[in-house]
Design a protein around this ligand. Structure first.
Ligand code: G3H
Ligand code: 13P
Ligand code: ZN
Length: 322
């Protein structure tokens, strides 16, 4: 099947109590690792491209890689989504350039301005058969080179969501309930430590999610910053010359619970980066004489695939839903 929008996927995910995985893509191995897992697990998927990805790999290369995945995996629905679109022009360029979904992220702007920018993107997108994700509330962490400190982050205010959705016409809404971008989601001071000395982050604000869902019945909610920062990969990185102390993510049980509620799309990027980097670091430590990129990218791609499979089956609940 050709590229799809997220409309059908989200409708089924909402009704079925699961979420679609939205994975960031930057090169061929990442596209292949994700989509091979989705094909084998019969899972619908959102492949998403950030402004940084477009700057790195070039819009056309990324679209063509995703089109190749669509040709290789005709039996699963795949949406191509712009992640954190910073302005109308970037959204327009992706809408004109083959994307089926865009995010306009004006969440750092005042409420009225966020509505105005989002509505303009929605009008253009809907005229072209493309769906729009918007955002209310501010996540901590690093996204597209912008660092938001924990103290500047703010939870979504449930009392704003009905007006926002009614006035913008957006198709899904990303909210801030305590997730955060990157591999260092929380400072040690924000966490407690378990018996193994591993940092345990503060729990997600399910009260905010439930209040939002009550006000927007049936409406698809999105969670950004939802990597769990697997400690095995952090250890693999640190055991092989890396230095990532106190990297900590969102516990997978909490993401599973969010997926059972109104969360229909869960964004995961950092976990894939950790898998790729850990695998490559370990490879070079074991084989200091090797220099063929295919030799170290092959196990990196395989580990991305297994990590995505685990997310589809054990966290998102979307395996078998294609
Ligand atoms: O939320 C941001 C995504 O992880 C994309 O990251 O801007 O480094 O491509 P990036
Ligand atoms: P992570 O950094 O937690 O993987 O979040 C990715 C994301 O939200 C992409 O938009
Ligand atoms: Zn994000």
């Amino acid at each position: 099947m050709p590229l799809v929008t997220t409309t059908e996927m989200f409708k089924k995910a909402y009704a079925g109590g699961y979420a679609i995985g939205a994975f960031n893509v930057n090169n061929m191995e990442i596209v292949q690792g994700i989509t091979e897992a989705c094909r084998e697990e019969k899972a619908p998927v959102v492949l998403q491209v950030s402004k940084g990805a477009r700057a790195y790999a070039n819009h056309t290369y990324l679209v063509k890689l995703v089109e190749a995945a669509v040709a290789e995996c005709p039996e699963i629905p795949i949406a191509l989504h712009l992640d954190h679109g910073p302005d109308f022009e970037t959204c327009k360029s992706c809408i004109d350039g083959g994307f089926t979904s865009v995010m306009i992220d004006a969440s750092s702007k005042p409420f009225a301005e966020n509505i105005e920018i989002t509505r303009k993107v929605v009008e253009y997108a809907h005229d072209h058969g493309v769906v729009v994700e918007a955002e209310l509330g501010t996540l901590a962490g690093i996204e597209d080179e912008v660092k938001v400190d924990a103290h500047a982050a703010s939870y979504t205010r449930p009392e704003e969501v009905e007006e926002f959705v009614a006035k913008t016409g957006c198709d899904s809404l990303a909210i801030a309930i305590g997730t955060s971008h990157g591999a260092y989601k929380f400072t040690a001071a924000q966490c407690t430590r378990n018996e193994k000395g591993i940092l345990v982050p503060p729990p997600l604000r399910f009260d905010v999610l439930e209040e939002v869902s009550k006000r927007l019945p049936g409406f698809p909610i999105v969670l950004h910053g939802s990597s769990s920062v697997p400690q095995d990969y952090v250890k693999m990185i640190n055991d092989n010359g890396g230095k990532m102390p106190d990297a900590v993510g969102i516990p997978e049980e909490q993401l599973r619970h969010a997926a059972e509620l109104s969360v229909c799309k869960i964004n995961i990027d950092s976990d894939l980066r950790l898998a790729m980097t850990g695998t490559i670091r370990a490879f070079f430590n074991e084989h200091p004489d090797k220099f063929d990129p295919r030799e170290y990218l092959k196990p990196a791609r395989a580990n991305i695939k297994e990590l995505v499979r685990h997310k589809l089956v054990d966290v998102l609940g979307c395996a078998g839903k294609a």
